[in-house]
Design a protein around this ligand. Structure first.
Ligand code: AMP
Ligand code: GLY
Length: 436
């Protein structure tokens, strides 16, 4: 079968890598993909093809789908989901898509919609108030106890959440979002939330709309520097399993949050098939929802997919065809660690163009046992060398019998890969290692 993957990051490389391992996949196309994805091959030897279309260009993606008529379309990032690509493909072409339609994807596309849904259905989350006028919001924070959190309603590439310790910070945050328009239309309406205290975690589950299959637990590392210092990023590394998600906590999150959310989505006629990703704060009074995403996390996906032993096409079809209840997903016991190597300047303004040294002709590290390099922002130059094209460049992912061994494999691999300005955290999975 022919599969089309949409997206260009480490998550999409991991998806392509896993799809290429399926006996069923004979042709794989990725739009727009990256240098590492293009160096992959299906089991029958056919090279992965790239189509130079951005993941948010719905019209061109529709044209590509019409032309190629793939048997399955897998959507990596949130933007095409929120733009309704799945619905368009479904209505016009009838091609099965992995990912929710527009009404389901709004769970990530509008934080206000999600909070209202959670409140209406009694699902635990931080208290909040919604504002669409800056004056009213500023008046409100003057009377409120601090600290609090100010959030832009819409998609803001992970930047629309501002933690405020006092009224001056809150006023600045409101001005940035609603007056200066720093987050564009996403900040026209805002949420002001109580600041929750506790340990943060996330749980991802596959769902076909009625059944949930919880994916291996992972922990992301959002801050750019060791010890969780410095500004937030899209994620600097992850590992799986994450010991913070004990069996007991997972059961609570499924029972108190994920299952009620699935019921709420059905009652609100928001059909949902794909990955439900709950950002959770484990507070003294139990787990509470911080946010929902409607797709695999990146880099979390790079740690999860290597642990899934089942054929990924079979699994995705079970989701699409509402047969997840009959599917016995097989998970490997071996832990995984992903260390993100980032470009100079990331997460602020990035310097691109640096040539990456140390990778072989397949874009991999020669002879590194248990190591898989998932490319993110990489591009192939005319002379065949691979260069940096954005912020998160490589996801150096290692699998081993134990977590310490996986960690040392990943870091040994990082030392062998060089490019000007490269930086990465040295403490990925550090918390889990300390627990042990
Ligand atoms: P979100 O995109 O809503 O998950 O917010 C991004 C990050 O901001 C989360 O991962 C948390 O670290 C933090 N955050 C968001 N909302 C809250 C809250 N109500 N209380 C404490 N921290 C929060
Ligand atoms: N790594 C966080 C995310 O994908 O949203």
């Amino acid at each position: 079968m022919k599969v089309l993957v949409i997206g260009s990051g480490g998550r999409e490389h991991a998806l392509c890598w896993k799809l290429a391992q399926s006996d069923r996949v004979t042709r794989l196309i990725c739009a727009p993909g990256n240098a590492g994805i293009a160096l992959g091959r299906c089991k029958n030897g056919s090279a992965v093809e790239l189509a130079p279309i951005k993941a948010d260009d719905v019209e061109k993606l529709m044209r590509l789908a019409r032309l190629e008529k793939p048997d399955l379309i897998v959507i990596g990032p949130e933007t095409p989901l929120v733009l309704g690509l799945v619905d368009k493909i479904g209505h016009e072409l009838g091609i099965p898509c992995f990912g929710p339609g527009y009404r389901g994807a709004e769970l990530e596309g509008s934080k206000i919609l999600t909070k209202n849904l959670l409140r209406k259905h009694g699902i635990p989350t931080a208290d909040y108030v919604v504002f669409s006028e800056p004056e009213r919001a500023i008046e409100y924070v003057k009377e409120r106890d601090m600290p609090l959190v100010i959030k832009a309603d819409g998609l803001a590439a992970g930047k629309g959440v501002l933690m405020c310790e006092n009224a001056v910070e809150a006023e600045t945050a409101i001005t940035r979002a609603m007056v200066d328009g720093e987050f564009g239309d996403a900040g026209k309406s805002i949420l002001i939330e109580e600041m929750l205290k506790g340990e943060e975690t996330s749980v991802m589950a596959l769902t076909d709309g009625s059944t949930l299959a919880v994916l291996p637990s992972t922990q992301d590392h959002k801050r750019v520097l060791d010890g969780d210092m410095g500004p937030n990023t899209g994620g600097m590394g992850a590992y799986s399993p994450a010991p913070i998600v004990t069996a007991e906590l997972e059961t609570r999150i499924v029972r108190e949050i994920l299952v009620p959310t699935l019921h709420a989505l059905r009652r609100e006629e928001r059909p949902f098939k794909g990955v439900l990703y709950a950002g959770i704060m484990v507070t003294e009074s139990g787990p509470k929802v911080l946010e929902y995403n409607v797709r695999f996390g990146d880099p979390e996906c790079q740690c999860i997919l290597p642990r899934i032993k089942s054929d990924i096409v079979d699994l995705m079809e079970a989701v699409i065809n509402e047969k997840l209840g009959d599917f016995d997903m097989q998970i490997s016991e071996e832990p995984t660690v992903c260390v993100v190597m980032a470009a100079e300047g990331y997460p602020a303004k990035v310097t691109t163009g640096a040539v990456i040294h140390g990778l072989n002709a397949e874009g991999q590290l020669q002879g590194a046992e248990g190591v898989q390099i998932f490319h993110g922002a990489t591009t192939r130059l005319k002379d065949g060398t691979v260069a940096v094209s954005g912020g998160r460049v490589l996801g150096v992912t290692a699998t081993a019998a134990t977590l310490p061994l996986a960690v040392s494999r990943a870091y040994q691999a990082c030392e062998k890969i060089t490019f000007d300005g490269a930086h990465y955290r040295k403490d990925i999975a550090g918390r889990a290692l300390k627990r042990k």
